[in-house]
Write a protein of this length. Structure first.
Lengths: 119, 108
């Protein structure tokens, strides 16, 4: 199957700093990527849809100025958590859909996730 | 996207078939049914998806009822490594919204 890589896999930062998480599709191009957040013992919550070359679409309740998403190429999307606070500590997961495939039928490939801990 | 409902947990004996049900009674005609699983602290892993017909791959089989209001994921010979949270989702927009899933515990 296709590979989606996230970096870093885990990060610890101080409160008030910004953290960037990268999501790369390694062997396919992805016009659309998705960012999820998962708290302990909870399900994945969709945060935003990242579209190559255009602005991300955020889900209701997700602060776009706090969670900056950039999708500058067909293989890379980044999520920047700005001015991170302890409540932002979570497992952040991205997924990507192969470009050219039917958007309604193809499977999404997920990254391994990035665990953020804000002290 | 249609809401899906799954039992919160299930047990299965190692080597036996695991049958995981999912209800999607409000699914629309062009929505696909997707199954993913998540092993602790990892990203979700794609298992299988389908529209109307039953599907089978190297991991599992997907049985969709004729009215498409429910489906069953079948792991033919469950192993301890199949212990995970299994998510059933439906979508026609390319966006997947996760519910709480079913925690499958495979026991020796």
């Amino acid at each position: 199957g296709a590979v989606v890589s996230q970096h870093p896999s885990w990060v610890i930062c101080k409160s008030g700093t910004s953290v960037k998480i990268e999501c790369r599709s390694l062997d396919f191009q992805a016009t659309t990527m998705f960012w999820y957040r998962q708290f302990p013992k909870q399900s994945l919550m969709l945060m935003a849809t990242s579209n190559e070359g255009s602005k991300a679409t955020y889900e209701q309740g997700v602060e776009k100025d706090k969670f900056l998403i950039n999708h500058a190429s067909l293989t890379l999307s980044t999520l920047t958590v700005t001015s991170a606070h302890p409540e932002d500590s979570s497992f952040y997961i991205c997924s990507a859909r192969r470009t050219g495939g039917n958007a309604n039928t193809g499977e999404l490939f997920f990254g391994e996730g990035s665990r953020l801990t804000v002290l | 996207d249609a809401k899906t409902t799954q039992p919160p947990s299930m047990d299965c004996a190692e080597g036996r078939a695991a049958n995981l049900p999912c209800n999607h009674s409000t699914i629309s005609g062009n929505e696909y049914v997707y199954w993913y699983r998540q092993i602790h602290s990892q990203g979700p892993q794609y298992i299988i998806h389908g529209l109307k017909n039953n599907e089978t791959n190297e991991m599992a089989s997907l049985i969709i009822t004729e009215d498409r209001k429910s489906s069953t994921l079948i792991l033919p010979h469950a192993t301890l490594r199949d212990t995970a949270v299994y998510y059933c989702l439906s979508s026609n927009t390319g966006k997947l919204i996760f519910g709480q899933g079913t925690t499958l515990q495979v026991k020796p």
